[in-house]
Design a protein around this ligand. Structure first.
Ligand SMILES: CC(C)(COP(=O)(O)OP(=O)(O)OC[C@H]1O[C@@H](n2cnc3c(N)ncnc32)[C@H](O)[C@@H]1OP(=O)(O)O)[C@@H](O)C(=O)NCCC(=O)NCCS
Length: 334
């Protein structure tokens, strides 16, 4: 077996790389949200100032059998590297995944990363997924378990007006601002402060993460990447009477798979909790998503099981748990 880095600008190779990821991600998982080909191609070939990507592929007799996408944060968390590793479904249990992981460790060590992180899906009940067996076999440990939950927007939107009316008196002096894709200049500093606070204020279990660094260049760079990839972000913030951006929530919808949206972060700063802002933010943002993408019928979210407040909100909205997403981490040590 030959394992080597591939050039994302080689379209035929990148297409095969993506096909293996998609096929492996969808095995026994009707809720897979693997990224559409145009988004993957745009994201993996364009510039990214906050992360470096290394794409590895395993070949035998010229055929690609498995892939690893290694993502190296450049602006913060530079001690860590994230790996997504997939083996073609008809080639599993032949050591391809293990061989890819060995080379992944070498790549991480060469970039001075001491921690390897990987997200692994597994059923809520029933047998554990191959990914869980594999990750534990290779010394990774579960650091945070998330529920992957899905909201049927069409079946639940008639609840929204009553919920919004119920929570409104708790935050009468806050104002809400919703935007599409581009963070308004006057809210940029507050938006960066919230993104920075995220890793410190959201429950992270045993995950070894530090605050992310956000500034205007990073925000505008991300907006440009999303634009090229056909990803559209709808974001709502709550602004306190003194002008502080106190909370935010964001949903991403891809033009290449606009029947569903992906919930990004939701955060209310500690000093502003207790005003029912979390639910109000999500209600306003979901309404904005429905108006913008009438065909968007579902929202996927991933919430830490230890995040009680978020889980209460999502229960009220009607999210259903479909599987677990376990964030695994382990020492790189080659
Ligand atoms: C997880 C995955 C990458 C494994 O690839 P693979 O090439 O089959 O892995 P290997 O053959 O190197 O397996 C190594 C060891 O992992 C464990 N393992 C892998 N699949 C397993 C399964 N279905 N049941 C139990 N143990 C399993 C075993 O200990 C295995 O060693 P063994 O075959 O000698 O018993 C592959 O199933 C896949 O693509 N899954 C979907 C994506 C995913 O979950 N990725 C997360 C990886 S962190």
């Amino acid at each position: 077996m030959d394992i080597r880095e591939i050039d994302p600008c080689d379209e035929a190779l990148l297409r095969r790389f993506w096909e293996i990821g998609k096929a492996a991600d969808e095995v026994d998982r009707p809720w897979s949200t693997y990224w559409p080909w145009p988004s993957a191609q745009a994201a993996l070939t364009g510039p990214n100032e906050s992360r470096k990507a290394v794409l590895l592929a395993a070949f035998e007799a010229g055929a690609m059998l498995g892939i690893a996408e290694i993502s190296l944060p450049l602006m913060d968390n530079t001690f860590a590297g994230y790996v997504e590793l997939f083996v073609a479904p008809d080639r599993v249990r032949h050591g391809v995944g293990s061989a890819l992981l060995d080379v992944t460790r070498q790549v991480l060590a060469a970039h001075d990363r001491r921690l390897m992180m990987a997200e692994v899906s597994t059923p809520v009940d029933g047998p554990r997924s191959p990914g869980m067996w594999f990750a534990e076999r290779h010394g990774l440990k579960a650091a945070l378990t998330n529920e992957h939950r899905v909201l049927d927007l069409l079946a639940t939107e008639d609840r929204w007006p009553a919920l919004a009316a119920e929570v409104a008196p708790h935050h009468a002096d806050y104002r809400f601002v919703t935007w599409r894709d581009v963070v308004p200049e006057e809210l940029l500093d507050g938006y960066c402060a919230l993104q920075h606070a995220f890793n410190e204020e959201a429950p992270a279990g045993d995950l070894d993460v530090e605050a992310e660094h956000w500034d205007e260049a990073r925000v505008r760079g991300k907006e440009e990447r999303f634009r090229r990839a056909g990803r559209h972000e709808t974001c709502t913030v709550a602004v306190a009477p003194d002008g502080t951006v106190a909370g935010l929530t964001e949903v991403m919808v891809s033009t290449h798979s606009s029947e569903h949206g992906m919930q990004g972060g939701t955060l209310v700063l500690r000093g502003h909790r207790g005003h029912r802002l979390g639910l109000a933010l999500k209600l306003a943002n979901q309404r904005a998503v429905r108006d913008r993408f009438p065909e968007c019928a579902a929202i996927h979210t991933w919430n830490a099981d230890v995040n009680a407040a978020m889980n209460v909100i999502n229960n009220q909205l009607g999210f259903e748990t479909v599987e677990l997403l376990v964030e695994m981490q382990g020492e790189v040590r080659t």
